[in-house]
Write a protein that binds this ligand. Sequence first.
Ligand code: HXC
Length: 514
Amino acid sequence: MSLKRSIQDLKKRRALVQKGGGEKAIEKQVAKGKLTARDRIKAILDPDSFHEYDLFVEHQSRDFNMDKKVLHGDGVVTGTGTIFGSPVCIYAQDFTVEGGSLGLMHARKITKIMDHALKLRVPIIGINDSGGARIQEGVNSLAGYGEIFYRNTLASGVIPQLSVILGPCAGGAVYSPALTDFVFVVDQISKMFITGPAVIETVLGEKISMEDLGGARVHSEITGNAHFYAESEEECFNQIKKLISYIPWNNSTKAKAIPPKSPNFEKHIEEIIPADPREPYDVRDVIKAIVDDSDFFEIMELWAANIVIGFGRMNGETVGFVANQPLVLAGVLDCDSSDKAARFIRYCDAFNIPIVTLEDMPGYLPGVDQEHAGVIRHGAKVLYAYSEATVPKITVILRKAYGGGYIAMNSRHLGADFMFSWPSAEIAVMGPEGAANIIFRKEIMEAEDPEQMRLDKVAEYKEKFANPYVAAAKGYIDAVIEPEETRSILLHALEVSTSKDDYRPAKKHGVPPF
Ligand code: HXC
């Protein structure tokens, strides 16, 4: 065949494979409000940056008449591209081809692009839209999943791994996203569950829709499996691009810095915290008053909202923020918020992102439910994550720092590099009311006017302990600062911490309270 003819032949072959499962299947996909696999990839990557590989891979299954079936690209599109100029590896399951089901060659395409990502040291983005293990391929499909999970685990902490759920993600397929760093879901489109509604009805006799079982809201608000919730695929793609702009390519580089911009938040930082210490406020306002351009990119906004996590920039460089949220449950730590904070701290530490902690919380959530749900085990994860982290760690106590919360929220005692406190801080074993009721119980009971005595003792306790100066006198706090000074003091602390090198004893790995 002449070169000209063979080029024409190649073009024809490419066009055929790129039709995926064909026009009818594509129409069905679009009718569900979903883009095709290739359109999704193109929408995420920089224009014209996508390079596809393994276009001509074919399945090799012979059972159940599969030898008569052509599955273009074996139902998954893989390749490389860039986002804001940063390289990424990407794959997208193509639901129009045999329901995006995962057979052996489909899995091989995915593991090959994962291996590339790990060798090239660049992020891997996986778009999931699949009926799960290809039933006709039996154990080969299961083997494929296992090989993906293995690579997810090897890549963990080395390159960022993003999972985007844009259709069904059923059965064991859910465990690849669960092993990755960030999971994106879209309303009405994402469906994630181990056992589907049909199985649940057969085994348990309960009827439930896919949406109520494992839709986007369920995973964003109830299970904590999703990190980013979007109303549309377009919004989701913008979130992916924004996240990539904040994180480094791998664990031996730093996130790209951008030209710094001063905060432009409408509220003055001193006006955010109410005069009455029992009144709540939105801690995200404090973050916005501190970070460059007042731009805070929140993660897991809808789950365990009593703690806020996310990225902002300080002097153009990415910083991870962990902040108690007084608006929700007074900002206490409980099982879920502990898990949320601990994983984020470990992510920042793995990828060289300094952590700023803003503290205002009355301690761990009391109650039988929390105790029985394992608040001891979950709460320990926060202690472990902060103690283990060697990136620059800076804390600002805004108001309450009571009890275990004082220790857990990156205290000096867990290795904080810098501890600052606003003058409004109250640092004590517990709140003044509870403390006075316990230690002055006898005096209060025996007093002529027990209520007055109680108030006097609360005031005495507050005077003595509910302020930052006792901790400052011991050197536990490095400086008591005015709210307005917070940004400039943080900028300086981050600047002097850039070459931080913290010692940790050699070990294979720790045994955190997972
Ligand atoms: C082979 C599959 C498939 C699968 C879908 N298809 N899932 N083929 N293996 N797992 C095919 C369908 O036969 C159909 O082919 C086409 O894909 C589109 O599927 P539809 O059912 O028409 O689409 P829809 O109505 O949108 O329903 C989507 C769905 C449903 C909810 C995902 O297909 C479904 O329930 N699939 C099975 C899910 C499942 O139980 N998977 C196995 C999980 S166990 P045609 O030719 O008709 O177009 C598992 C174990 C892994 O994954 C363990 C790893 C540790």
